[in-house]
Design a protein around this ligand. Sequence first.
Ligand code: KG4
Ligand code: ZN
Length: 340
Amino acid sequence: MLVLGIETTCDETACAVVKDGKEILSNIISSQIDLHREYGGVVPELACRRHVDVIIPIIEEALKQANIALKDIDLFAVAHGPGLIGALLIGINTVKALAFALNKPFIGINHVEAHLYSALMTHPQCSPFPAIGAVLSGGHTALLHMKEPTEYTLIGETIDDAIGEAFDKTAKILGLPYPGGPEIERLALRGDPHFYSFKTGKIKEKPFHFSFSGLKTSVLYTVKKQDSSMNHDLIIPEERKKDVAASFQKVAFDDIIVKIKLAATTYQCDTIVWGGGVTNNQYLRNQFKLECPHLKSLWPSLGLSLDNAAMIAGLGYHVFTKKGFGDSLALKAMTRIPFI
Ligand code: KG4
Ligand code: ZN
């Protein structure tokens, strides 16, 4: 089955052609980082306009690279949430129009679930279930108990900022460019992770939930001034920035690693399926291996860790096969999709 996937949840316009849920024939990603960098974060209106401009050329490129004609596509899959409402609508309406015109089925996919499918696609020979899924991205931080590629239970999530958002905001405080995650990782390489004692939030009686907004604020008050705003000048010497980056990164990942370890014990799982852009972080990968040598990790490959459409097409194949039919034209864009 040839599936064409489309992803427009935030600031990447992506299209991919995937065969039978695993063989990636093309995976085209048009990033908007250049557009949003000068604002230090994603500007939704600009994101939507760029999606509209590039979506058709991106689809054409994905078909060309896959050497497939549009009429040969068996199923269309689209990320229908969670994400920016306007951005989602562009992908969804494109897919609805294509499917309607060609008289083919289409299916809406949960972007967060698809991030976990990226790791399964990277390791097609592994059948890790039951497993703990960890989605660490710019918009989401979630721990899931995974029973199969399409069946999950949410066991924990962030109650405020997502982990990637915390990296991006900390980078902004330090005057580093967007997206901040890779910048913090690079700067932290030279820093002392014990120089500052930052803390993550604890949530009463919710051992698997996360809170990163207090951590971001304590970084702000440490490097600028108590009760200051983002625009205040730094009150620490320039050479201390690397220690801020290292201390922030350590405390954020310590929190995540402790909770994943506890989830693996509680739910008796020995494999962690990782997803989302933050999993590109090499410090996290090394630290997890060091602290949890008994747990096996399935990491997404580099091309599948950030937002992409191959994960949407891949998961689309499984969801459609399991359900036996596609969605109707009533499929809605959803800014949030609760896990059942
Ligand atoms: O999964 P993704 O492409 O987008 C969302 O679904 O949100 O993840 C983007 C996020 C950004 O916040 C970015 O700063 C972060 O992933 N990121 C990293 C690294 N590479 C990307 N965070 C920490 N370390 C990295 N190396
Ligand atoms: Zn994402």
